[in-house]
Design a protein. Structure first.
Length: 282
């Protein structure tokens, strides 16, 4: 057995429902967006925050929402019913998919694409960040708007000693030896995710994701630091346009300072900007 590792993800919030937080940023030719973190998960309320996560609890692998988490996610449904988005991106970790399903009891209206992006998964530091196979996800979430076919058998980070073909081997290896996604690998992934967003034609994008992932995105690309979203909190941001920068991917490609401007609607096109909605889930 390996020593108990310190828990890295931000601790769970106490909110009984989703909060809404808007960060208004002016950027010529940039993208606007909103982040939504998933609802409270079983891992959020486990004892790993005090004792570390050694993989001893099977139910914490790809942890699902708690009853409270389901209620938090359901409370988002009226928010989405009144908002127009062009694209919804969902992390394939179960807590994120469950949040999406609760927030969208029915598939989004015609013309709105929903895509599952493994790139949006959480920084793998704990057992909850080891996912489920595409076949298991298809069985668990049999909805026409959710496609898992393109995912690799093992779509989360694994080290050199862990199988990239057998999803269950990740859990075995984590219990026996433990492994974490290196910070440099994680940061490169966040940067690649942002580059993929900028290549999209959609102007209003909702993202169901995770606290560490969103915090890294905000720090590296929006110059907002130590911003840990609560379960089901909604954060609206502007993603600045890409600029030439240093080759080192660990260095934010753009530091963006926002002037004080009036609160604005976070939906639709404003000039050449795009709207991103971030929905974080621990």
């Amino acid at each position: 057995l390996f020593p108990a590792r310190p828990h890295i993800h931000a601790p769970p919030g106490e909110s009984a429902g989703p909060a809404a937080s808007v960060v208004d940023l002016a950027s010529a030719g940039g993208q606007e967006g909103a982040a939504r973190r998933h609802g409270q998960s079983a891992h959020n309320v486990s004892d790993v925050y005090a004792y570390g996560d050694n993989g001893d609890h099977e139910h914490l692998f790809d942890a699902e929402l708690t009853e409270q988490g389901h209620k938090q996610a359901e409370a988002l449904a009226p928010v989405f019913a009144s908002e127009a988005v062009d694209l919804v991106i969902v992390s394939p970790l179960s807590r994120s998919v469950q949040t999406y399903v609760r927030a969208y009891p029915k598939p989004p209206p015609r013309g709105v694409r929903t895509e599952v992006w493994a790139m949006a998964r959480e920084h793998l530091t704990d057992s909850c960040d080891i996912g489920s196979s595409p076949s298991a996800l298809r069985e668990r979430f049999p909805r026409p708007d959710l496609n898992f076919e393109h995912l690799d058998s093992v779509w989360w980070y694994v080290d050199a000693d862990t199988s990239k073909e057998d999803p269950l081997h990740s859990r075995e290896q984590y219990r026996r030896y433990g492994f974490m996604e290196p910070e440099r690998v994680f940061e490169d992934r966040v940067d690649q995710f942002v580059s993929m967003l900028r290549a999209r034609a959609e102007t209003s994008i909702a993202i169901f994701g995770h606290s560490d992932f969103f915090n890294a995105l905000l720090e590296r690309h929006v110059d907002i630091h130590n911003r840990w979203l609560e379960n089901c909190e909604v954060l609206t941001i502007t993603l600045p346009p890409a600029v030439d920068g240093p080759a080192d991917p660990r260095t934010p490609e753009h530091h963006y300072k926002a002037p004080a401007i009036p609160r604005m609607c976070a939906t639709g096109r404003q000039g050449d900007q795009r709207v991103l909605r971030l929905f974080p889930v621990f």
